[in-house]
Design a protein around this ligand. Structure first.
Ligand SMILES: Nc1nc2c(ncn2[C@@H]2O[C@H](COP(=O)(O)OP(=O)(O)OP(=O)(O)O)[C@@H](O)[C@H]2O)c(=O)[nH]1
Ligand SMILES: [Mg+2]
Length: 690
C-alpha cells in the first residue's frame, strides 16, 4: 500500500508547488549569494586594502549550502541495527550488504539516476578523485571484509555515490547509508563526520535494546548539536519482540524519545516501530499483507510528507531568509562606513566622546527590553502551569465516565486464562486506552486554551515592547546621525514589524491559531526553523495540523510525563490480585479510579514540565531581540573606532571610496528585492495550508 502511495505521489504531474523546480530555486538562491559575496569582496577591498585589520566583510554564510541541490536524509545507528536492511526495504531491492556481523564498510549516498551508476572515493571530501565502478563492484567494496583471524579489514574507500532509477530517489531526495557506529572508531569517525552534510537524520535503534544511554548521550546528542531537529526515530527488528511485550516496548521508546527531545528543546518526535527485514521480504515477494504488518508504511508516509511538503520549504525559506538578513546587515554596514569616511579623525573622536551618554542609554534600554521579556515569559510559564494543573485536576473527576475500548474479548480472555502474559497484556491495553484518551483531552486543551493564553500574552508583550523598541531605534538613529552625519536608510520598523507579526497583529482575517508560523525566522526557535513555516505550528502547539501531516504520533505533542508509568504500576497489582475484580466485572471501574488518582497526583508535575517546555521555546524565540539591539549598537561604534584608528588622510580618496560604497549599497538593495520576490510564493503557500 505504501509502495502504491509512493508511486502515485512520485509519479504525479504536479507535486507540491514549492517542490517544483527544486534545482532552479536553489540555483537562484545561489546566484543571489554569489552577487552578495561579490559585493562584499569588492567592498572589503575598498574599505580595507592590503588586508588591514577590521575591514573584513563577512557575509556570515558558507556558500557550500547553495552547492548541493538535493535533500539528503542520513540513516544512522549502531552497527547491526538494520540500517542497510531498512534502506533496501525502502528501495524494494537488495542493493546494500546486510549481515549479522557488522556489514557496511563506508558511507553511501544513494541518489536518482536514469541508469545504475556508482563511484567510489578514498576520502569523504572527494578530494582524491573518483573511481567509477559497476553496481556489483560497489556491492563488493562496501561489504566489510573479514581477514583470516576474523578481524574486519580496513576498507579502501570512505564514500560511495550510487545512482539508481528508483522512485524513492526522484525529486532530489538522497538517502545515505552509513557504517554502523559503536563498532570501530575509524568507521565511526567517517560516519559522524558525514552528519554535517545532511539535512535530516533517520536514527535506527534495535527494539531489543532501544535507545541505550550510549546512543542518546553519544550519538543522538551529537546529532542535535549539529542543529538537526528533523529526526525520525526508527525502532527496528520489532518482529523479535514478543507480542505481549510490544505495548511496553513502545511506551518505553516513546518515553525515551520524549525525554531526549524534551531535554534538548522540544522537537517534534517521530517514532516508528518496524521490521525492516519483514518489509524487505514482503516487498520483494509482493506480499502486501506482510508489508503492512511490517510497519514500514507509516515511516514511508511520514518521510513522503516530509520530503514533499516540508523539505523544500525548510531549505528554501531558511536559506532565503538567512541570505536576506545578511544582505541587510551588509548594506547598513557599508552605508555607515561610507558616512563615517567623510569625517576627520579628530571630529570622530570628539563625536564618540560626546555620544558616551547616548551609548550608555542604548545599552541600558537593550537590557531593559531583555528584562521585560524574561519577566513576561516567566509570568506566562506560571500561568500555563496553573491552568494546566487545574485542567488535569478537573479532568481526573471525569475519568470514571470515559468509555475506553480494549481489544475484542481481551479482558475476558485474560480473566479466563489468567496467565501472567494475559494479565500483562490486559494491563497494557487498559493503560494505553486511558493514556490515549487523556492525551487527546490534553492536546485539545493545550491547542484551544493554552495556545490562546500564549498568544494573548505575546500580544501584551509586543504592546509593552513596541514603544521601547521604537524609542531605542530612534535613539540609535540619533546616534547614527551624530556619528555619521547622515540619515540611515535602515528600515527602522524592522524589529517592530517582526514583533507585530510574531504576536499576530496587523493581519486581517487571521484565526487564533496562526501565531507561530508567522514568527520571523530570526526570532523562531531553531526547532521551528528546521521545520519550516508549515511545520512551525506543530511545535508551538498546533498538534492537530501536525497529526494531520503525519508528523507526530498522538500524545507526543504534550509530554506524557510519568502518568502512563504510574498508571501501569497501579493497574498491575490490581490485575495480579484481580480475581475479585474480574469476578464482579468491576475491573475497568477500578482501573479508572486508579488512573484518576494518578492523573490528579501528577497534575502539578505534568503541568510544570509542559509549562517549562513551552517557556523554553518562547525564551528562544524572544531572547534574540535584546542581543540584536546590542549588536546593532556595537557595529556602529566599531566603524567609528576603526576609522579613528586608521586615520585616513586624503580627502579626495575618501570621497571616491564613499561613492563606491554607495554603489555597492545599491547593488545589495537590488538583491534584497529579488530575495523578497523569491520568498513570496513560499510564504503564501504556508498561509494557504493553514
Ligand atoms: N529479525 C530481524 N532482523 C533484522 C531486521 N532488520 C535487520 N535485521 C538483521 O539484522 C542484521 C543486521 O542488519 P544490517 O541491515 O546489516 O544492519 P546495519 O545497521 O546496516 O549494520 P552495519 O552496516 O554493520 O552498521 C542482519 O542479519 C539483518 O538481516 C528486522 O527488522 N528483523
Ligand atoms: Mg549496514
Amino acid at each position: 500500500m505504501a509502495q502504491e502511495n509512493r508511486r502515485s505521489t512520485a509519479g504525479q504531474e504536479s507535486p507540491a508547488p514549492q517542490f517544483r523546480g527544486w534545482s532552479e530555486n536553489i540555483g537562484t538562491l545561489r546566484s543571489y549569494y554569489q552577487r552578495l559575496q561579490q559585493v562584499a569582496g569588492e567592498a572589503a577591498a575598498v574599505i580595507a586594502p592590503q588586508g588591514s585589520p577590521g575591514g573584513a566583510l563577512d557575509l556570515g554564510i558558507n556558500g557550500a549550502v547553495f552547492e548541493r541541490e538535493t535533500f539528503r536524509i542520513m540513516v544512522l545507528g549502531e552497527f547491526s541495527s538494520g540500517k542497510s536492511t531498512l534502506i533496501n526495504a525502502l528501495l524494494g531491492k537488495r542493493l546494500l550488504p546486510t549481515k549479522a556481523n557488522p556489514a557496511t564498510a563506508f558511507t553511501t549516498v544513494l541518489r536518482w539516476g536514469e541508469t545504475e551508476r556508482a563511484w567510489l572515493y578514498r576520502d569523504g571530501d572527494r578530494r582524491s578523485g573518483e573511481t567509477a565502478v559497476t553496481t556489483e563492484e560497489f556491492k563488493r567494496e562496501v561489504a566489510l571484509q573479514i581477514d583470516a583471524k576474523g578481524a574486519p579489514r580496513t576498507p579502501s574507500f570512505a564514500l560511495a555515490i550510487v545512482e539508481q532509477p528508483l522512485e524513492l530517489l526522484r525529486r532530489s531526495v538522497e538517502i545515505v547509508d552509513s557504517a554502523g557506529i559503536n563498532e570501530s572508531s575509524d568507521r565511526e569517525l567517517v560516519t559522524l563526520r558525514y552528519l554535517e552534510e545532511v539535512d535530516a537524520v533517520l536514527f535506527v535503534t534495535d527494539a531489543g535494546r532501544p535507545f541505550t544511554l550510549h546512543e542518546t548521550e553519544n550519538y543522538l546528542s551529537r546529532v542535535r548539536k549539529l542543529g538537526h531537529r528533523d529526526i525520525f526515530f526508527v525502532v527496528n527488528q520489532f518482529d523479535r519482540i514478543e507480542e505481549e511485550e510490544r505495548a511496553e516496548v513502545m511506551s518505553r521508546c516513546r518515553n525515551s524519545v520524549a525525554e531526549f527531545t524534551g531535554e534538548s528543546g522540544g522537537a517534534t518526535p517521530n517514532v516508528f516501530f518496524i521490521s525492516a527485514l519483514q518489509a524487505l521480504r514482503a516487498r520483494t515477494d509482493g506480499n502486501e499483507e506482510a508489508l503492512k504488518a511490517s510497519g514500514i508504511g507509516q515511516l514511508e508516509s511520514a518521510l513522503e510528507v516530509f520530503c514533499m511538503r516540508d523539505a523544500a520549504r525548510v531549505k528554501f525559506v531558511r536559506l532565503a531568509e538567512f541570505l536576506r538578513h545578511n544582505a541587510v546587515n551588509l548594506r547598513v554596514r557599508l552605508h555607515d562606513e561610507g558616512a563615517v569616511l567623510m569625517k576627520s579623525t579628530a571630529e570622530l573622536r570628539e563625536l564618540l566622546d560626546r555620544s558616551q551618554s547616548t551609548q550608555d542609554q542604548l545599552r541600558a534600554s537593550a537590557d531593559a527590553i531583555r528584562d521585560i521579556v524574561s519577566t513576561k515569559i516567566l509570568g506566562i510559564e506560571n500561568e500555563l502551569q496553573l491552568r494546566f494543573a487545574a485542567f488535569l485536576t478537573d479532568i481526573s473527576r471525569e475519568i470514571g465516565g470515559w468509555h475506553v475500548t480494549t481489544g475484542p474479548g481481551r479482558l475476558t480472555r485474560a480473566v479466563r486464562s489468567f496467565t501472567k502474559g494475559g494479565r500483562v497484556a490486559a494491563q497494557h491495553e487498559l493503560m494505553d486506552a486511558y493514556t490515549v484518551q487523556l492525551q487527546e483531552h490534553m492536546q485539545v486543551f493545550c491547542a484551544q486554551e493554552l495556545d490562546q493564553v500564549i498568544e494573548e500574552r505575546q500580544g501584551d508583550l509586543v504592546r509593552q515592547l513596541e514603544p521601547l523598541i521604537r524609542a531605542h531605534a530612534d535613539l540609535l538613529d540619533k546616534l547614527r546621525a551624530e556619528l555619521t552625519g547622515s540619515q540611515s536608510e535602515r528600515d527602522q520598523n524592522y524589529l517592530i514589524y517582526t514583533l507585530a507579526i510574531a504576536a499576530g497583529k496587523g493581519k486581517a482575517g487571521r484565526d487564533g491559531r496562526r501565531h507561530s508560523d508567522d514568527v520571523p525566522l530570526m526570532f523562531r526557535p531553531s526547532s521551528l526553523m528546521a521545520l519550516g513555516a508549515g511545520g512551525g505550528a506543530v511545535v508551538a502547539g498546533g498538534a492537530t495540523a501536525a497529526a494531520a501531516a503525519g508528523l507526530i504520533s498522538l500524545g507526543l505533542a504534550v509530554p506524557p510525563v510519568g502518568v502512563a508509568v504510574a498508571i501501569g504500576a497501579a493497574i498491575g497489582p490490581l490485575l495480579a490480585s484481580g480475581a475479585v475484580f474480574f469476578a464482579d466485572g468491576k475491573l475497568q471501574t477500578r482501573a479508572a479510579e486508579e488512573f484518576a488518582v494518578h492523573v490528579k497526583d501528577s497534575a502539578a508535575q505534568t503541568a510544570r514540565q509542559y509549562a517549562g517546555s513551552r517557556a523554553a521555546d518562547l525564551r528562544e524565540m524572544w531572547g534574540g531581540i535584546s542581543g540584536t539591539l546590542h549588536v546593532q549598537l556595537q557595529d556602529l561604534i566599531g566603524i567609528v573606532q576603526r576609522n579613528i584608528e586608521e586615520s585616513r588622510q586624503d580627502e579626495q580618496a575618501k570621497a571616491g571610496m564613499r561613492d563606491q560604497l554607495y554603489a555597492f549599497e545599491q547593488r545589495i538593495t537590488d538583491v534584497e528585492q529579488h530575495i523578497a520576490t523569491f520568498l513570496q510564493p513560499f510564504v503564501s503557500e504556508a498561509e494557504r495550508e493553514q
